[in-house]
Design a protein around this ligand. Structure first.
Ligand code: SF4
Length: 205
């Protein structure tokens, strides 16, 4: 039989895609299992963690929808459920009232503090892999995430470090860093929070 590199690549891509689908199913099942004890659904937990770790001025309903990979309408319903539970507060963004920002209530902060074991079952399973397999997986999955991000299928919020818009140590005193995108000086703490606008160098034009 004639060796066809293109066919071989396509077959491998199909096998990897199927493995990723199976992994997604397993991760969903683990998430459901871990959330059972909290009285919250996996998507509610993801929304609370998003609100806790995203910079306050960009923690909007729209960014949450991108983060969850869902529609704006669905994100609004999820948020409203958390508002009813007293875990999240909504408020209009100062200067642009069309944008709704999210903030944890004190009850929401307590709920997030109890989520420190969230994701542990998956981490345990991954930790059981040999070091070499883990290193290959890290490289391979990073490449998959980058490809999905390039095609607009995934929004990955990250802190400022590594973002093409980040100008560290160009400010003064309380706001030592600068963001060239929002044209604003930021506190060091703000730059450590996740930002949905983060643009890594591999996505630069
Ligand atoms: S766009 Fe980049 S530099 Fe600006 S706040 Fe977001 S992550 Fe930080």
């Amino acid at each position: 039989m004639r060796y066809d590199p293109q066919q071989r690549k396509e077959n491998r891509a199909a096998r990897v895609s199927m493995a990723l689908v199976r992994m997604a199913q397993a991760v969903k099942k683990i998430g459901q299992m871990e959330s059972d004890d909290t009285g919250l659904s996996p998507v509610q937990i993801q929304s609370l963690l998003f609100t806790a770790h995203t910079r306050g001025d960009v923690a909007s309903v729209g960014s949450l929808a991108d983060h969850l990979g869902t529609t704006h309408v669905t994100a609004v319903k999820i948020v409203n459920g958390l508002v009813i539970k007293g875990l999240i507060a909504k408020y209009a963004k100062p200067g642009d009232r069309r944008i709704t920002l999210l903030q944890l209530t004190s009850q929401g902060e307590e709920a997030v503090a109890k989520l420190d074991r969230w994701g542990e079952a998956l981490e345990e399973a991954v930790q059981s892999l040999p070091e070499e397999a883990l290193a290959s997986l890290e490289t391979g999955l990073g490449a998959v995430l980058s490809a999905l991000q390039r095609r607009g299928h995934l929004v990955v919020a990250e802190p400022c470090l590594g973002c093409i818009h980040f100008r560290p140590n160009t400010g003064q005193d309380e706001t030592p860093h600068y963001c060239n995108l929002i044209r604003k000086y930021l506190t060091h703490e703000a730059t450590l929070k996740q930002c949905p606008e983060h643009k890594p160098s591999f996505l630069a034009p």
